[in-house]
Design a protein around this ligand. Structure first.
Ligand code: C5P
Length: 223
């Protein structure tokens, strides 16, 4: 049995991609598989937490004992996260939320013509930034998937979104990022210190991450 060091805690985890609909048969999305977020939800449950998993579309089997709330778009994810937030003592946002959505949703399938076509996109809300702005003592963990200037971008997000910890991964590295079962991450803390973890299974990364969350929750309680 895993240590029950998250007993009594309420973890809100997001996972997977979002899908932004264009018309009844098309959408914009990304390559996120949801594996990292599902691993975190499973590990947190094993360690005694009450877990709500808000997930975009994936092909994964939901972990046992976890409350799964499936969503499709970023807007739906936002509503669901904000509804579940009051109970949460820690929030881990591993979802790859689409930053933009088509500005208009066609109710009918778009027809092709001989012309090129321009797609207008509008900005999606940044869910994590919103959660960070109303943090209220929660432990807040974000993810940063980058293809360049990883640490700089991750440190910037940590600050801007008011996080305690950000998990940075270079998605161009073999054995890291989307769809694979392993990950190579750096953990950036709010006080500026950075830990580089070796290549680990996503389950092991999840447990390492939760070790830090337990530590942060303890610091909160000591205050
Ligand atoms: O997309 P970005 O690299 O800024 O994502 C960093 C973190 O912010 C991730 O944890 C992601 O889940 C979260 N995010 C979000 N809402 C968005 C975009 C990102 O919650 N619209």
């Amino acid at each position: 049995l895993a240590p029950q060091d998250l007993a009594g805690q309420h973890l809100l985890v997001t996972a997977g991609p979002t899908r932004e609909e264009l018309d009844p048969v098309r959408y914009l999305s990304n390559y996120s598989s949801g594996k990292m977020g599902y691993a975190i939800a499973r590990a947190a449950r094993m360690r005694g937490a009450d877990v709500v998993l808000v997930s975009g579309p994936t092909f994964l089997t939901p972990p046992q004992g976890v409350t799964l709330i499936p969503v499709v778009s970023a807007e739906q994810m936002r509503k669901t996260v904000l509804d579940a937030l009051p109970k949460a003592t820690a929030v881990v946002k591993s979802a790859a939320v689409a930053d933009y959505r088509p500005a208009s949703l066609s109710t009918q399938k778009l027809k092709k013509s001989d012309e090129d076509m321009t797609l207008v996109l509008e900005k999606n809300p940044d869910i994590l930034a919103e959660v960070g702005a109303g943090k209220e003592g929660r432990v807040l963990v974000g993810f940063a998937a980058e293809t360049q200037d990883l640490l700089k971008h991750a440190a910037d997000k940590l600050k801007r979104k008011n996080l305690d910890l950000i998990v940075a991964n270079d998605v161009t590295q073999a054995g890291a990022g989307f769809d694979v079962d392993t990950n190579i991450v750096k953990l950036l803390h709010a006080d500026g210190h950075v830990e580089a973890l070796p290549q680990l299974s996503k389950d092991e990364v999840a447990h390492q991450l939760l070790d830090r969350v337990v530590e942060l929750l303890k610091q909160r309680e000591a205050k």
